[in-house]
Design a binder for this molecule. Structure first.
Ligand code: NAD
Length: 489
């Protein structure tokens, strides 16, 4: 059922329970980042393909939205089971087109499954409220109703987990769903769609439409679409937010990040170094929750830098499917070039290269790059401010804890931040004063479980209701209040 990507396979759309060839005329190669070889391709949709998918999803909404909620969650239970049964083969497809390690792929699918599990609780989560005697002889009842057909546009870096931040909640609440996955790794979405098909969702409830920016721009303004969930880089998130909101859609748009970790003078430095290393370099740094900036108190800076570099140096770089690999390749050649440009800029702007990823032994084929650590980086340097989305970590010296807090809050982004400390007072101040959506204490990567919402602040998020948990339920439903008066008799 979860087949490997066949040589020369073309990723087709999945619409109303059928695989359909996209007719946009354009296609894009899908590459194995571990080898650099083009292995398959994805065909882009035409406006007619999108119209048809949305029309069929709209049609399915008529029945699905009034299907008993208990019945709506049955295919979700089966879907969870299928994802678990096929987790390993799905992970292999994901690694083949994305590059991350198999352990990372297994982990991200597990995170996706968690969202399916939470959405199975929709019969309880979707309830709103009822208040008898809200006024004399008046009872009031709030109900949550599905919106219609909703679309999710997702990025390349978590091709399984991120679609699953949206799909389970959207359909459990009674909406029908169109996914536009990243064109860089489209097969993971298609293999997930094959499991959706097997799980027995009625035709048209879940659909996958492939394409690039043109497809996105048509879908997010489409008359048949009620709400837009987006995850990607900040400029595109802002564009999607403004365009879709301008067309009257409900929108949640998650953008890029430049997260900081603070290493306080009283932290367990070895633990902090291990966690920071894993946070910065897992998924080759291509994570919106990576911490590519470490702000370290002066007193422990030298010792921490030494521990961190030792950790980073010990990482095994190689193909994601090879046993023992700690870090896989970057997703593409152009993306690796862009990371290398940042490394050069870091040197030009005076950062001290404590570990140069360009010098490390990596496989020749594919888009591998070793981890890079810059020391004594100026907080205004490009590599301290801009999202690189690669294995590059900048260490910044902070005079003291106050200085560290203000260095973190200077960032234009606010997706996440973490503190390593053994001082409860510092932890409390960090929680209260840091301007980020996900705040960790003694946690390298501050990733909320699916029953909590997930989303950032500042330029990392546009909208108000986030992905996952309760926020997802509220995002995908409209609340209506019934006010009833029945005189006493
Ligand atoms: P991207 O912005 O290039 O692409 C994301 C999606 O937008 C894709 O489906 C793509 O087809 C579409 N798109 C690209 N250009 C477009 C345009 N001009 N108009 C309309 N649609 C367009 O992002 P990416 O490179 O795939 O993913 C990496 C980015 O995603 C990073 O910035 C990362 O921080 C961010 N990200 C954020 C979160 C979060 O939760 N905040 C999670 C994961 C990734």
């Amino acid at each position: 059922m979860v087949e490997p990507i066949a040589d020369g396979e073309v990723a087709h759309n999945y619409v109303a329970g059928e695989w359909r060839e996209a007719g946009g005329g354009e296609s894009q190669a899908v590459t194995n980042p571990a080898t650099g070889e083009e292995i398959a391709s994805v065909s882009f949709s035409s406006a007619d393909d999108e119209d048809e998918a949305v029309a069929l999803a709209n049609e399915a909404f008529e029945t699905w939205s009034s299907t008993a909620v208990e019945e709506r969650i049955q295919p979700l239970f089966r879907f969870k089971q299928l994802l678990e049964e096929h987790q390993e083969s799905l992970a292999e497809v994901l690694v083949t087109e994305h590059g991350k390690t198999k352990a990372e792929a297994m982990g991200e699918i597990r995170r996706g499954i968690e969202n399916v599990e939470v959405a199975c609780g929709i019969p309880t989560m979707m309830q709103a409220g009822h208040l008898p005697h809200a006024a004399p002889n008046i009872d009031e009842t709030a109900v949550r109703q599905p919106l219609g057909t909703v679309v999710a546009v997702t990025p390349f870096n978590f091709p399984a987990m991120i679609p699953l931040w949206f799909l389970p909640y959207a359909v459990a609440t009674g909406n029908t769903f169109v996914l536009k996955p990243s064109e860089r790794d489209p097969f993971t979405a298609n293999r997930i769609a094959a499991l959706v098909d097997e799980a027995g969702f009625p035709d048209g409830v879940v659909n996958v439409v492939h394409g690039g920016p043109d497809t996105v721009n048509r879908l997010i303004t489409h008359d048949g679409i009620e709400a837009v969930s987006f995850v990607g880089s900040t400029p595109i998130a802002q564009h999607v937010y403004e365009t879709a909101a301008g067309a009257g859609k409900r929108v949640q748009a998650q953008g890029g990040a430049k997260n900081h970790v603070v290493v306080s003078a009283n932290s367990d430095l070895q633990f902090a170094a291990e966690q920071t290393c894993s946070s910065a370099f897992a998924n080759a740094g291509q994570r919106c929750l990576a911490n590519p900036v470490a702000v370290v108190e002066d007193e422990v800076y030298d010792e921490f830098a030494e521990l961190l570099v030792a950790e980073a140096e010990s990482m095994e770089i190689g193909p994601g499917l090879e046993e023992g690999t700690d870090m896989g390749p970057l997703v593409s050649g152009p993306h690796r070039d862009s990371v290398l440009e940042y490394v050069e800029t870091g040197v030009e702007e005076g950062g001290e290269l404590l570990l140069d990823g360009r010098d490390q032994e990596v496989p020749e084929a594919g888009y591998h790059l070793g981890p890079t650590v810059f020391g004594d980086v100026d907080p205004d340097a490009t590599i301290a401010r801009e999202e690189i989305f690669g294995p590059v970590l900048a260490l910044i010296r902070a005079e003291d804890f106050d200085d560290a807090l203000s260095l973190v809050n200077r960032s234009q982004f606010g997706n996440a931040a973490s503190l390593f400390t053994s001082d409860g007072g510092e932890a409390r101040r960090f929680r209260l004063e840091i301007d980020a959506g996900n705040v960790g204490v003694n946690v390298g990567t501050a990733a909320a479980m699916a029953f909590f919402h997930f989303g950032g602040d500042k330029d990392s998020f546009f909208g108000d209701l986030h992905a996952q948990g309760d926020d997802a339920v509220r995002f995908y439903t409209d609340e209506t209040v019934y006010i009833e008066r029945w005189p006493d008799n």
